[in-house]
Design a protein around this ligand. Structure first.
Ligand code: GEK
Length: 241
């Protein structure tokens, strides 16, 4: 059964940087569903994108896989494609311990505990960075995206979903207020919302959609498009021709 996220419910004396530790893993499904507007839809549409782009005899990568929600969708979306194997990669052992349990009967999915910046990727047709790039230091992001481009076969796709920053101050303020409204609607108190925001401040560094598009194009992706948005959460597709 899903446990309710109460990580930031009580007053925290000193805010420490957010991390994907055992306490977060324990409530992760509840936390991500109540904190990312449209999370369930993004996961469901990963299956649709996979069905369109997965190629036989290739790997499908879920980078920063957490509990493997995208890996599971990629598995379902590639069910009729011969010899497609799914690889989920995450640095958090606590996450992967649970991901293994959730996916243990599916022999096409494997999980690797490692840093996506240094784990080799190759022969890919679908790569997903769902809410993960935002946790890498900014200076490592160009190289990460280039590495994905190099690992993709022609016709392959990268799906990047991120919390983004608006280029316009008034729009940023409006989207922030709407997002806090969404979190209140999910039952989070003002204290929980502000303590979580403070804990994420130094570790989740959002960028503008224009920055993301420019980086994807600079890496070589020939077709790049935003295809989904819920408040500041935006998803982009980048296709290698
Ligand atoms: C989902 N994609 O449910 N290497 C590997 N993993 C990393 C790294 C890194 N350098 N940095 C962070 N992570 C998931 C949700 S959560 C997003 C992704 C969120 C991992 C980190 O351990 C965590 O599991 C994940 O990236 C980010 O669709 O909770 O907002």
């Amino acid at each position: 059964m899903k446990k309710t996220d109460t990580v930031f419910q009580g007053p925290v004396e000193a805010i420490v940087d957010f991390s994907f530790d055992a306490a977060v893993v324990d409530v992760f499904e509840d936390m991500v569903n109540r904190s990312v507007p449209g999370y369930g839809l993004l996961i469901a549409l990963t299956r649709t994108v996979t069905r369109q782009f997965a190629q036989e005899n290739t790997y499908l990568y879920d980078l920063g896989c957490s509990l493997g929600a995208c890996a599971l969708s990629m598995h379902d979306g590639s069910i009729n494609i011969p010899n497609c194997n799914i690889v989920g990669i995450d640095t958090s052992e606590d996450m992967l311990r649970r991901a293994h349990k959730l996916c243990k009967k599916l022999d096409r999915i494997e999980f690797i505990c490692g840093d996506i910046r240094s784990t080799p990727l190759s022969n890919a047709s679908v790569v997903v960075l769902n809410l993960t790039l935002q946790f890498l230091p900014r200076e490592d992001r160009d190289q990460m995206i280039k590495k994905v481009y190099d690992a993709l076969a022609p016709g392959g796709v990268l799906m990047v979903s991120e919390k983004t920053l608006s280029a316009d101050d008034a729009n940023q303020e409006l989207l922030t207020n709407l997002y806090h409204g969404f979190k209140s609607d999910q039952g989070y108190s003002d204290l929980e919302i502000s303590q979580k925001r403070d804990a994420l401040e130094a570790v989740l560094i959002p960028e503008t959609v224009a920055n993301h598009l420019a980086r994807l194009k600079a890496a070589g992706f020939e077709q790049v498009l935003p295809w989904y948005q819920a408040f500041s959460f935006v998803s982009l597709l980048a296709i290698k021709k």
